[in-house]
Design a binder for this molecule. Structure first.
Ligand SMILES: [Zn+2]
Length: 256
């Protein structure tokens, strides 16, 4: 499109190439809808108790925060763990502990390679997006396949890396049979918050909240705050449920 056109009548091939370039541009412009970060909440607790919250922990890559894992086992706190194929490969001992407590841990799909489920090329928090519908599909399906290889039940929930999505990717993931796990409380700010602020955010959870935090950063201060926050909620009498056990309602077409 930038080459000078000398002749009045362009060569048919040149016209065709221009037409293709225009249609590609139009298609990508149509797809460049703003990204969404969906919310997920539980339906209100009908039992008359203090309330129910869902703890979701991402295992993106890296290692296992045994401070959190031990606290969950010792205090009988159920959690939904979103694991990637990368994390499963490197953390066999932690997977073993989770599988030994099926009443506590539900393992769900965080993708094969921790690539954001965004079907246009862009960077989200510095991470390159999948960039195409095919790549989103590969990320979702390879995550499910990695979980299947551990002998876990087939995952029903998906959460993409960075928890941001293009609306068209959401529609595709729903078609693949997964609900998409948003959240209502960002507990640890991507595991980058201090212990005190993390404990404050998690400790402030109320009936219906879905908390997100990370279980793959053993050296970060946030992990200590996750444990403190959870123990505070337990002391208040809140019940912890897994996404499997509750009716989670999300926006942006993520669960309906
Ligand atoms: Zn992640």
């Amino acid at each position: 499109m930038t080459a000078p056109i000398l002749k009045q009548n362009r060569h048919p091939l040149q016209k065709l190439l221009c037409a293709i370039a225009l249609s590609v541009w139009a298609a990508s412009a149509a797809h460049a809808a703003p990204l969404v970060e969906p919310t997920l909440r539980l339906k209100a607790d009908a039992s008359g108790n203090v309330g129910r919250v869902a703890l979701t922990l991402d295992a993106c890559g890296g290692q296992t925060d045994t401070r959190i894992l031990s606290a969950l086992v010792e205090n009988r706190i159920p959690a939904t763990i979103f694991v990637t194929g990368i994390w499963l490969k490197r953390n066999a001992a932690a997977v073993e502990i989770m599988r030994a407590h099926p009443e506590l841990f539900e393992l769900e799909n965080h993708g094969g390679r921790h690539i954001p489920a965004v079907d246009t090329p862009q960077k989200i928090y510095g991470i390159r997006s999948a960039g195409s519908p095919e790549a989103v599909r590969a990320e979702v399906e390879s995550g499910a396949a990695a979980l299947a290889r551990t002998g876990e039940p087939a995952p029903k929930w998906f959460r993409g890396a960075t928890a941001e999505y293009s609306p068209s990717a959401i529609a595709m993931i729903r078609k693949l049979g997964f609900k998409i796990a948003g959240f209502s409380i960002n507990g640890d700010g991507g595991s980058l918050l201090g212990a005190k602020e993390t404990a404050r955010r998690i400790g402030a959870a109320k009936d219906g909240d879905v908390i997100i935090a990370h279980i793959n950063q053993p050296t970060h201060a946030a992990g200590e705050g996750v444990v403190q926050g959870l123990l505070a909620l337990k002391a208040k009498g809140l019940t912890f449920v897994r996404l499997d056990d509750a009716d989670g309602v999300g926006n942006d077409g993520t669960t309906d």
